[in-house]
Design a protein around this ligand. Structure first.
Ligand SMILES: *[C@@H]1O[C@H](CO)[C@@H](O)[C@H](O)[C@H]1NC(C)=O
Ligand SMILES: *[C@@H]1O[C@H](CO)[C@@H](O)[C@H](O)[C@H]1NC(C)=O
Ligand SMILES: *[C@@H]1O[C@H](CO)[C@@H](O)[C@H](O)[C@H]1NC(C)=O
Ligand SMILES: *[C@@H]1O[C@H](CO)[C@@H](O)[C@H](O)[C@H]1NC(C)=O
Ligand SMILES: *[C@@H]1O[C@H](CO)[C@@H](O)[C@H](O)[C@H]1NC(C)=O
Ligand SMILES: *[C@@H]1O[C@H](CO)[C@@H](O)[C@H](O)[C@H]1NC(C)=O
Ligand SMILES: *[C@@H]1O[C@H](CO)[C@@H](O)[C@H](O)[C@H]1NC(C)=O
Length: 344
């Protein structure tokens, strides 16, 4: 099996050099399904090579029906660089390239986060039923798709190959599974202090990675430079860090529309809202970098350190999306105590 896959990919890699040139002019047959188009398009013939193998029969069947899908199809040269031949990994990987709805380039907002069909527990541990996400950005006809490599999005090289049951967009690199916190966080220089602090709390990294669905608000280094963490005892420090984590609920930034309150692992609640100029705030600190995907959730970088036992006055009403994610939507009655900033 392995040899078969390896040989197949090697042959396809050679073919890719030729067919990627033609990829620009690929045209789909809108009367045929996504599956039939993918099997016929020269620009994605390497993907077709996979789809023809036995492991992909269920997915091909799914993409050959009437339910609508969007497929981000890696170009031949992109797929040639995949360093696995394991059919189980490959089927999970390809499912991470499929959205369970039709999203044409003209449907795209400037910024959106969408669920894929990837729900396999071996590669993603989001709350039950939630597919691993992709961050899709669109500007002046350019579309990026960000997955497990936060700084290295795939680019759509050919959009809107229309099929009877959805649409195919060709991308220039294979999407990567988002990794666990302990792999993702150290690669982000701007949160190195937070990463060190979390590591320093016994059992916290493990607990965060084992949770099915987490939302982490990571203060950036500038924010934490104003805090003398060495003067805090272990309990207080752990409580502060846990006040930056939501357990069991994954909140991507587009879900934060109206003001909403969520409970943290520390026990206290934090308030999220969106400003008129479309910025997202948590406890009035700005989300300076949203939606860094994790194997089991999402991490947002914020520009302040949130302190437990603080409260904010306001009326809460969650969006339907947020409500589905169990964000408390009732109006809440907290004292109008000003934020307690750390000035130690
Ligand atoms: C798709 O089907 C319709 C109706 O059967 C037909 O008019 C049209 O020419 C077909 N388009 C293509 C590209 O084959
Ligand atoms: C897709 O379904 C049609 C019948 O609707 C069938 O003729 C065709 O062989 C199927 N294609 C694949 C790739 O399974
Ligand atoms: C994609 O996500 C955006 C919000 O980020 C949402 O408005 C849109 O409906 C989603 N599309 C699909 C197909 O889920
Ligand atoms: C896509 O990503 C590149 C960096 O890889 C960036 O320069 C470009 O602005 C991004 N485009 C969109 C539409 O997000
Ligand atoms: C999240 O909740 C689950 C189930 O209650 C628990 O096992 C896990 O330890 C919690 N995670 C954190 C970080 O508290
Ligand atoms: C840790 O510090 C807090 C705040 O100063 C204090 O209330 C608490 O009793 C301390 N806990 C321990 C175990 O020393
Ligand atoms: C919402 O965000 C704005 C920042 O634009 C802030 O001024 C306001 O106080 C926030 N409201 C709540 C209820 O957090």
């Amino acid at each position: 099996m392995r040899a078969h896959f390896a040989a197949g990919l090697a042959t396809l890699a050679l073919a890719a050099l030729v067919s990627d040139v033609r990829a620009q002019s690929d045209t789909s047959d809108p009367n045929k399904t996504i599956a039939e188009n993918l099997l016929a398009l020269p620009g994605t013939s390497a993907l077709a090579g996979l789809l023809k193998t036995e492991a992909f029969l269920p997915l091909v069947k799914q993409l050959n029906g009437t339910d609508l899908y969007t497929v981000f199809a890696p170009s031949n040269s992109a797929l040639a660089s995949v360093d696995t031949t394991d059919p189980n990994v490959l089927t999970a990987l390809v499912s991470y390239h499929v959205l369970g709805a039709q999203v044409k380039s003209t449907d795209l907002k400037a910024y959106q986060v969408n669920q894929t069909l990837l729900t396999d527990d071996k590669y993603t541990t989001l709350p039950s039923g939630e597919g691993q996400a992709l961050v899709i950005t669109s500007s002046n006809g350019n579309v990026n798709v960000t997955s497990g490599k936060p700084d290295d999005p795939a680019k759509v090289t050919q959009a809107d190959l229309t099929a009877s049951n959805g649409v195919v967009h060709v991308i220039d690199q294979v999407l990567n599974f988002p990794g666990p916190l302990s792999k993702v966080a150290p690669a982000i220089a701007d949160i190195s202090t937070f990463t060190q602090l979390v590591k320093g709390v016994s059992g916290l990294v493990g607990a965060l990675e084992e949770s099915r669905g987490v939302t982490i608000f990571a203060p950036n280094n500038a924010a934490l430079s104003g805090v003398d963490t060495s003067s805090l005892n272990a309990t207080t420090l752990a409580d502060i860090l846990k006040f930056h984590v939501i357990n069991g609920t994954v909140i991507y930034s587009p879900q934060i529309q109206d003001t909403a309150q969520v409970q943290t692992v520390q026990g206290g609640s934090i308030v999220a809202n969106r400003s008129a100029d479309n910025k997202v705030y948590i406890q009035n600190f700005e989300v300076v970098r949203p939606d860094i995907l994790l194997e089991n959730g999402v991490l947002h970088i914020i520009n302040g350190v949130m302190m437990p036992n603080t409260a904010v006055k306001g009326s809460a009403s969650a969006t339907s999306d947020a409500a589905r994610h169990s964000v408390v939507s009732a109006a809440f009655l907290l004292a109008a105590v000003p934020y307690l900033y750390l000035t130690l």
